[in-house]
Unconditional design. Structure first.
Length: 264
C-alpha cells in the first residue's frame, strides 16, 4: 500500500483512485466465498500496472462485501443492505476527495453490485462534486474465440466456467476442482421463454435457491486455467483503457467552478 505522501503525489498528478469491490458469498462447493473480491482486486492491480507510465493511480484496499440478497441464507454469504452499500460508497468518495483525488473508478467483480454502483456514482457527483465511474469487469467483452470457450454462454452466471477459470489463474490452490459440478442450467433454460425469466430484459428478484441446489449456475467442469489467463489478460487490457479514459474525463463543471472560487 502507498504512503500518505505517495497518495498526495497521485493527487498532484490528477490521478485516479481505483476501488475494487466484490462480495463475500457462496460460490458453490468448489470456489471460496471471496471469489468476487479476489477477481476485482486482481483486475484493479493489473490495470494500474498497465497504465503506470501515463496515469497516476491509487488502488484502494478491496471492499469485500457487496449487495448479495440473491445468495442470502447460504453458508458464507455476508451481504450489505442497499442503503449501507450506498453509504459506504459515499464515505469512500468523501475520503478520496479529501485526499485531493477527484476521479474515482469502482472496479467491480460481483454481479449484484452494478445497479447500486451506478446510483452511488451519480450521488458522488451530486454530493462530492467529482467524477465517479463504475465498471463490472467480468462483463467486459471477450474476443469471439474466447467467448466461444464458454459452452453455456449467457447461462454462465455464477461459479461456472468464467469464474472458475479465472480463479484457476489467480489462486489455483483455492479451487476445489474435484468438487465442481454443473448446476442451475435446466432451471434457467426452463424459464427461458418467459417474460420474467432470470437474467432477461426485465428485472427479476431471483434467488439462487430458485435455480440451483449447489449454488452454481453454469458449468465449472469446463474451466481451464489457460482460458482464464487469456480472458483475464484481455479484460485487464480493456480495463486499463477505461482507466486512461477516466483520467482524461473532464471534471464536473460544478467542481471546477468551486475550485475557481476557492482560488480567488
Amino acid at each position: 500500500m502507498p504512503s500518505s505522501p505517495e497518495i498526495a503525489r497521485v493527487a498532484a498528478r490528477e490521478g485516479v483512485a481505483l476501488v475494487p469491490i466484490g462480495a463475500t458469498e457462496q460460490h458453490g462447493p468448489h470456489l471460496p466465498v471471496t471469489t468476487d473480491t479476489t477477481i476485482a482486486a486482481a483486475f484493479a492491480t493489473a490495470a494500474a500496472a498497465r497504465v503506470a507510465r501515463d496515469v497516476a493511480t491509487w488502488v484502494l484496499p478491496a471492499l469485500p462485501f457487496g449487495f448479495s440478497p440473491e445468495h442470502a441464507g447460504r453458508a458464507g454469504t455476508i451481504g450489505l443492505s442497499a442503503q449501507t452499500l450506498l453509504g459506504v460508497a459515499d464515505d469512500i468518495g468523501r475520503g478520496v476527495a479529501a485526499s485531493g483525488i477527484h476521479r474515482l473508478l469502482f472496479v467491480n467483480g460481483h454481479g449484484g453490485n452494478p445497479e447500486l454502483l451506478h446510483v452511488a456514482c451519480r450521488q458522488l457527483r451530486e454530493n462530492r462534486g467529482f467524477a465517479a465511474f463504475a465498471v463490472h469487469v467480468p462483463g467486459l467483452g471477450l474476443a469471439p474465440e474466447l467467448a466461444e470457450g464458454v459452452t453455456t454462454g449467457d447461462l454462465d452466471a455464477h461459479a461456472g466456467h468464467y469464474e472458475t477459470s479465472v480463479m484457476l489463474t489467480l489462486d489455483p490452490a483455492a479451487v476445489e476442482i474435484d468438487a465442481a459440478r454443473p448446476d442451475g442450467l435446466d432451471a434457467v433454460r426452463a424459464a427461458a421463454n418467459g417474460l420474467t425469466r432470470p437474467f432477461g430484459a426485465v428485472s427479476v428478484p431471483w434467488h439462487v435457491d430458485d435455480l440451483s441446489r449447489s449454488g452454481v449456475i453454469g458449468d465449472p467442469t469446463t474451466a481451464d486455467a489457460a482460458w482464464g489467463e487469456r480472458a483475464f489478460a484481455a479484460q485487464a487490457a480493456t480495463l486499463a483503457d477505461i482507466v486512461r479514459a477516466v483520467a482524461e474525463h473532464p471534471l464536473p463543471p460544478e467542481w471546477v467552478h468551486s475550485r475557481r472560487r476557492d482560488a480567488e
